[in-house]
Design a binder for this molecule. Sequence first.
Ligand SMILES: Nc1nc2c(ncn2[C@@H]2O[C@H](COP(=O)(O)OP(=O)(O)OP(=O)(O)O)[C@@H](O)[C@H]2O)c(=O)[nH]1
Length: 446
Amino acid sequence: MNTQGSNGRHKRVLAKRLAVANVSINLLVTVVITAWMLLGSYRSEVNATRQRLDEIGRTIVPALVGSLWQVNAHEIDDRLDEIGNIPGVDYVRLQSHEELHQRGRPDAHPRVIRTYSLIYSDHQHFDLGTLTVEFGWSPVRQKLQHQAIEIGIATLSLTFFGTLALLLLVQARMTRSLEIMSSYLRMLRVEYLDIPLILPKSKWNRPPDEIDQMAGSINRMREYLAENVAARIRHEAELQSHHEKLEALVRERTAALEEKTRELELQSHTFEKMANTDALTGTCSRRFFIEVSEHVIARCARSKTPLAMLLLDVDHFKSINDVHGHAVGDQVLVGLASTCQAGLREIDLLGRLGGEEFGLLLPEVKMSDALVIAERLRSTLASLAIRIPREDEVRFTVSIGLCMLSDGSDTYETLMAHADSALYGAKEGGRNRVCVFDTTTLMAAR
Ligand SMILES: Nc1nc2c(ncn2[C@@H]2O[C@H](COP(=O)(O)OP(=O)(O)OP(=O)(O)O)[C@@H](O)[C@H]2O)c(=O)[nH]1
């Protein structure tokens, strides 16, 4: 990560602001100091002027009074010249009786004026006139101006070099460090969190300052962020691992569930098949035969399609059981069912209704065809030989009751009652025969 770059737009703004502030403060301080120093100079100048005036009063004025008393014009002029030559004296005025002596020119606004009374004392006081001495502004002004210029130049030089030094110091320490820190924070990314912020080392072995503290805080924040990111990555990895384990578990459980469902479906299918199939003969169970018959009968009744119902019953089956055993009886039933089944169409339905009694539903078959089918069945079964171990074979006959769907109101129960009635007729008629149900008469086929 490059932390040496800087944002050009804000380059050294801080240093410039500091320089402007420093120059402004220095100028203000310069003005105040200059004013204060000039005031001090002015005061000391005033004191010096007063001391000179006192000196004039002590030395020259008594000599002047003596010259005036002696009326020594030459000496008077010398004294006045002496006063007029004192630095700073602009104007000297001697008013003695009618005479006026002047040196220099009076100022409209003199700086300091002092008037001396010229009195000669010799047991008596004689008033000889007044002496006025004026100190003007020009020498003091010049002096103060020079002083102001000197102070100004010195202070400005100090300001310039001080500001320059400050700028260099700020640039070397603050601006550069702040630029590096700013650049570091701008470039900071999750992948760079292991790179610490390093400020350029100072040549001098100085104690840590606020910039070092800030850099330390940034590094602590970076470490804290790095720890947090590492913890987050760790947690995400753990979460991912848990997620994968969970998904594997769900897949495993789903597979087990699907397997179980398949097993249950298979079982259910088997149970359904078992429930719908007669265990011994493989034909429809009574319940399934009734259920399907009800639908077929209703459909044929609606569409006025012919339908025949046959009820088959093995003749003297009890004797077969009694003579040959129950197992042989079972063999007879199996043989009957498979023989019947072999000659049926897809839409025909054979069901074992109980014991040795079977129902046979023949949709879309008219009476004449139904009779043919019933007779053929009876005949085929009568000639069927059931192979048994000891007696070689067993033969049997069946009685068949036949009825037709007569009108739209017929149901399974009515058809079954009719077929049963016909079967009863067949049994009564001597067995091994087909009987057709008729509402008025029972007609035997043979
Ligand atoms: N072997 C065997 N016998 C059964 C089965 N179900 C019922 N039976 C027997 O079938 C016999 C039916 O006898 P019956 O009702 O008297 O009828 P039948 O002897 O056939 O006489 P008819 O119908 O009048 O000709 C009984 O002895 C039952 O025990 C079975 O599944 N297997």
